[in-house]
Design a binder for this molecule. Sequence first.
Ligand code: ADP
Length: 244
Amino acid sequence: MLGWKQLAGPRAARRRVSEGYNRSLKQGLFITLEGIDGSGKTTQLHRLETLLTDRGYAVTLAQEPGGTRVGREIRRLLLDAASSDLRPIPELLLYFASRAQNVEEVIQPALREGRVVLADRFTDATVAYQGYGRELGVPAVRQVESVACQGVQPDLTILLEIDIETGVRRALHRNAEQSDDESRMEQESREFHERVAKGYAALLAADPERVKKIDGRGSIDEVATRIEAEVDLFFAKSSAEPGG
Ligand code: ADP
């Protein structure tokens, strides 16, 4: 089966850059935001949604793990502080169960319609959190991915970099303002968060063409400006590549 990534190449990006407003892509583009908890993914996801919508792109949000009804049910189990009895392997399978639903219900249809799909967290997060953080190893994650994701991978991944203390502080502050308790990940040990950060660093080293590191420090506006520059570079580079 031809993967969507092969279909959504530079030609689509060039068409999109040259068409001005109300741009419509023959094939969609998939952009993900990654990074440790509190690095600003969800905040920047909405900023990027506004930016691209203002530029005339049709944008679909495919948030993880709560973007579908099934995903929201699974999210409750995954993030609830009361789920401390959840074991690492069922946790891995639950993340991919939610993602598989997201791929079929939201992501693939949107990409087929030529939309830009934005997600905060995708398989990279599972490599970092379950592969490295829970020490299940990358091969186990890749095995489940091969069934769950049907070849869907991001075109561009923005990796927000922030130190662990700042991330945990921001995440705890956010959770204190929310009514539901989703603090399970923030309660993990420092060693766990260090392993996760190591996992993200390994993903960056393995795929520097796709994964772009962005400094997550500073104000929300400052980070948004950095992301905008990287997204602009991505579109410019895509449109400059030969053979599209
Ligand atoms: P993530 O999705 O990576 O866990 P969030 O976007 O939910 O992170 O941000 C966590 C908390 O930090 C939120 O309360 C958010 O408003 C705040 N926040 C996000 N970006 C910044 C920033 N650049 N500076 C200060 N606070 C931020």
